[in-house]
Design a protein around this ligand. Structure first.
Ligand SMILES: [Zn+2]
Length: 171
């Protein structure tokens, strides 16, 4: 055995530790010097480096794999999107129901206030001289209140959407 073979074998045993950064500075210097002139050790050290960095990563749970994190982020985004979709649909159903309720109630209130509720439900409806006018007026007022109700519903929907977006931005 020559001196260089001895050194080669000795250095070879240190390569894994060198990759893991577990050598003393004197040993490190020795390994670095040998690796510069020995292709076999240089290659082996290169092969140890990624393994050593993976091993170093193992005991710390914090930097989990990039793939896992990316998958989790994507799943979270999808869940949030789904939740928002469901929420929007529920709000829209609520707004539509509210708009109809508002329309009907306000129309009935309007009819009572102008004193025509009785004539609307009474048996004389349609039999008076002004029946046709009364009928048209009733439907025009109903249409107007429907439009008002939908407008109110639309405004409510927009306000809710804007508020929801604002809350999400703060969260
Ligand atoms: Zn060597």
């Amino acid at each position: 055995m020559t001196m260089t073979m001895n050194e080669h074998d000795k250095i070879r045993e240190l390569l894994a530790l060198a990759a893991a950064g577990a050598l003393t500075s004197a040993e490190e210097k020795q390994v670095a010097e040998h690796v510069r002139s020995c292709i076999a050790c240089s290659n082996e050290l290169g092969a140890w480096r990624p393994i050593a960095s993976e091993l170093r990563r193992l005991p710390t749970p914090q930097p989990s794999s990039w793939l896992v994190q990316a998958t989790l982020a994507r799943a979270e985004a999808k869940l949030a999107e789904q939740a928002e979709h469901d929420w929007n649909r529920r709000v829209m159903i609520g707004v539509v129901a509210f708009a109809w309720l508002l329309t009907l109630v306000s129309w009935l209130v309007f009819q009572v206030v102008i004193g025509r509720f009785g004539s609307l439900l009474g048996p004389q409806f349609g039999h008076t001289q002004f029946g046709q006018t009364q009928f048209s007026y009733t439907w025009i007022s109903f249409a107007a209140f429907t439009a008002l109700g939908w407008l109110a519903g639309g405004v409510a929907a927009v306000m809710l959407a804007v508020r929801q977006r604002g809350e999400r931005r703060l969260a």
